[in-house]
Design a protein around this ligand. Structure first.
Ligand code: FE2
Length: 366
């Protein structure tokens, strides 16, 4: 497969209404450390930024400081959400050239930004909706994250370390696109990024009695980047993907799955920190081990914490889903622990989507 060479996910950038308060949420609820800040005090005049890190996961939270900033219209349209998934590449100019030649739309041509700590090369291309991919090389930079960002000073923003929750890596990032658009975005990742299409589910596999969706998955960068893409399929009622498209005003990132090596401990702490999870009906846990085989954790712990299990030919996985993290029913998180399984919990789709539909019904959007 050709396409530009991607090394992995560098970071995920959210545009939010109030980055300072969102940083507090991701620190105190999800256990990220707030390690860097950019804003008026660091010479950034138009926007603020907070860099959060946990394990190998880097999130950047950005808010506009002035009414003329382009992020304002984005916030009106989409609310808080993922604006950019940055891929690390070795040669930004080369990657950008290959991407454009393969059909990607450029947003920002390659540039190098510098300060006393070195340089960062970056360029930006479009993907679905108003979402972009920054192509970035930070390997010649020894400072904190990138020029403009400084370490958090306690008097400016509490640098208190968060309570560890054990989140380690980004497992996958899911996009929702409009009906009929999934295949062309899958082709985009195949042609532009050189990713491989690895799985496809049609509406016979992902449905409840009332709604359905299609999903396909691309993977690249030696398996380190996995991007499922969903589109709504015809059903009697408005599916969770339709609901997302309505409240996000178009395609965008639906959920981010984060790995842990101990999902029971992780979800225990997240729940104590007041993270809300999708409820799983008690009856799901009846005969669970008959359905998925022996598990290395107590079923009572899974039931208490709302964790579901699945098995594929390579092993098993444990997973659970938060409720949306903002008032608009849009982006949410998945917590996942893999014991060999390489798929996405296909056997749980119906149970989870029924749980989501209960939430949708409460919101009057089913
Ligand atoms: Fe997922």
């Amino acid at each position: 497969m050709t396409g530009m060479p991607v090394n992995g996910i560098d970071h995920i950038r959210f545009v939010v209404g109030n980055a300072r308060q969102s940083a507090y949420f991701y620190r105190n609820a999800f256990g990220f450390d707030v390690i860097g800040y950019a804003g008026l005090e660091t010479g950034m005049r138009q926007e603020s930024g907070y860099v959060l890190r946990q394990g190998n996961i880097i999130l950047v939270l950005t808010s506009p400081l002035r009414p003329t900033h382009q992020f304002n219209s984005r916030l009106t349209m989409h609310g808080d959400g993922v604006a950019d998934v940055a891929f690390s590449v070795s040669d930004v100019e080369e990657a950008y050239r290959i991407a454009l030649r393969a059909g990607a739309e450029g947003v920002r041509a390659p540039e190098t930004i510098k300060d006393a700590h070195g340089s960062v090369d970056m360029a930006v291309v479009k993907t679905y909706g108003d979402t972009t991919h920054t192509l970035i090389n930070r390997s010649h930079y020894t400072g904190l994250f990138m020029p403009g960002y400084q370490p958090i000073e306690p008097e400016r923003y509490s640098a208190r370390r968060s309570r560890e929750t054990g989140l380690r890596d980004i497992d996958h990032i899911v996009g929702n696109v409009e009906a009929g658009q999934m295949n062309s975005w899958i082709s985009y990742y195949e042609n532009v990024m050189g990713f491989e299409s690895i799985l496809a589910f049609d509406k016979r596999e992902i449905h409840t009695s009332t709604t359905a969706l299609h999903s396909r998955v691309v993977r690249g960068a030696n398996g380190s980047v996995t991007l499922p893409i969903n589109e709504p399929a015809s059903g009697n009622r408005r599916s969770q993907v339709d609901e997302f498209l309505y409240f996000y005003s178009g395609p965008g990132v639906q959920h981010i799955a984060l790995t842990t090596d101990n999902i029971v401990d992780t979800v225990e702490v997240l729940r104590e920190n007041d993270v809300s999870f999708l409820p799983v009906p008690d009856k799901y846990y009846e005969n669970l081990e008959k359905r998925v085989g022996a598990l290395s954790v107590e079923i009572s712990d899974l039931k208490r914490l709302g964790i579901v299990a699945d098995r594929d030919s390579n092993g098993c996985l444990l997973q659970t889903f938060t409720k949306p993290v903002s008032d608009r029913p849009t982006v949410f998180f998945e917590i996942i622990q893999r014991h060999g399984a390489t798929t996405f919990g296909q056997q749980n789709f119906t149970a989870l989507f029924e749980a989501i539909e209960k939430e949708q019904a409460a919101r009057g959007t089913l």
